[in-house]
Design a protein around this ligand. Sequence first.
Ligand code: CMP
Length: 142
Amino acid sequence: MEIMAGSRTLTMVKPTAVQKGFIGPILSMINKAGFRIVAMKYMKLSIDQAKAFYLVHKDRPFYNDLVTFMSSGPIVAAILEKENAVEAYRNLIGATNPENATEGTVRKSYGTSLQANAVHGSDSDENAGIESDFFFSMIERY
Ligand code: CMP
């Protein structure tokens, strides 16, 4: 039987979660949930890079604050692979606002506010592709 590779999503561990020492626990949850790590990077986004990443939100009132926050310290970016990856990962991380997230999700466990909600996860296959291309070239994917 052919083994299906599954689809892919893009995540970032956000600056506050990195600073609080939650990279390891979050990666452990990702691992236990059965995602395969295709690519991974530890880096600090510049203001312009954060602006470009979140360009879809440029007209939202929280855009400037979000850009400042996301460039305030290092993040971990990763491409994750699993069957139905975008939806599976959104289920693992929970609602955007940690207050509304289900018990046991990443954001409920490690998020502290709507902005500092521990992780980003792509909201569609199309955006997963765009966001993965933002961080990773083809020779950085395994
Ligand atoms: P993320 O999944 O990274 O996508 C956009 C981010 O904007 C979101 O998580 C939140 O951290 C942040 N954000 C701040 N304010 C809001 C808001 N009012 N609605 C949605 N997202 C917000």
